[in-house]
Design a binder for this molecule. Structure first.
Ligand code: NAP
Length: 264
């Protein structure tokens, strides 16, 4: 199966996993809608995707600017007339212990990772149901399955996505609507650099754990393969799969191991 000619909306397309998904999808001659806040960076990604054979619309947006969503959807529909796939990838991580983290940081992370994500899903869901097909792909995280040091707000925002999207998987079981939750482990992107610290400032460092992660390209290929197989839940990375196994079958060992893993 290929996504040729399908309209694929990717958020967080200006870097990391979102950019890598855009480049992989471009090879299948898709119609791509690329969103993130940095318009000029999106233009560069769009040029690369066009060179690979895609048709692109750069649609800059802040996913927490909820009032802009309707206008952006109208621009998208004006260009392509429909949305077949929404890859809800925009997100931000955290570095800070629970006791030290300002409540405003918890709110900010939840706004971007949860409300910013589900707001777009709600904007396209009625038209997907009406057109009789659609695919929604929330990019969660391993820490959407279990808690992890210095990630209380981030982990909570990803856990919230699971509640929302698992409900959709049940509610629309009989519809031609695919919902694929993706849980990457450590992927080598700027996610740690862009993370928020306890006081909301940018962390600004590439963590050693992050630097050892798998490439965004490899991650994107796994995501697209899972989408084609319509997998409800995909865990990416061997260590992550082991942790999920431990949490399910040997919980005491999971807590011991998780509390000793370096958070940076
Ligand atoms: N890398 C990992 O190890 C890892 C592991 C598990 C899950 N994930 C998830 O994968 C997703 C992508 O992360 P990444 O690793 O590729 O990190 P990244 O390189 O920092 O990419 C984050 C993307 O989100 C966009 N973004 C951030 N805030 C936004 C906002 N308010 N509105 C619109 N776009 C926004 C950024 O673009 P602008 O700055 O241009 O807005 C950027 O394109 C995230 O949801 C993350 O939680 C990553």
């Amino acid at each position: 199966m290929k996504y040729t000619n399908q309209v694929i909306w990717i958020t967080g397309a200006s870097s990391g996993i979102g950019e890598a998904i855009a480049l992989e999808m471009a090879k299948e001659k898709t119609k791509l809608v690329l969103s993130a806040r940095r318009a000029e960076v999106l233009e560069v990604v769009a040029k690369k995707c066009t060179d690979l054979g895609a048709e692109c619309l750069v649609l800059p947006m802040d996913v927490t600017d909820f009032d802009s969503i309707e206008g952006n959807v109208n621009i998208l529909l004006g260009k392509f007339g429909r949305v077949d796939v929404l890859i809800n990838n925009a997100g931000i991580s955290q570095r800070g212990l629970t006791a030290d983290t300002d409540f405003e940081v918890d709110r900010r992370i939840m706004e971007i990772n949860y409300f910013g994500n589900i707001a777009l899903t709600k904007a396209v869901l009625p038209m997907m149901l009406k057109q009789g097909n659609g695919q929604i792909v929330p990019i969660s995280s391993l820490v959407g399955i279990f808690g992890f040091p210095q990630r209380s707000a981030y982990s909570a925002s990803k856990h919230a996505l699971h509640g929302f999207y698992e409900t959709m998987q049940v509610e629309y079981y009989n519809e031609n609507l695919k919902v694929n939750i993706i849980c990457p482990g450590r992927i080598k992107t700027d996610i740690s650099v862009n993370s928020l610290t306890q006081d909301g400032t940018k962390y600004g460092k590439m963590d050693s754990g992050q630097a050892k992660g798998i490439s965004a390209e490899k991650c994107a290929q796994i995501i697209i393969r899972s989408m084609k197989k319509n997998k409800r839940l995909t865990v990416i990375g061997g260590e992550g799969k082991l942790m999920v196994f431990l949490k399910k079958f040997i919980p005491p060992l999971f807590y011991k191991v998780a509390s000793n893993i370096s958070a940076t």
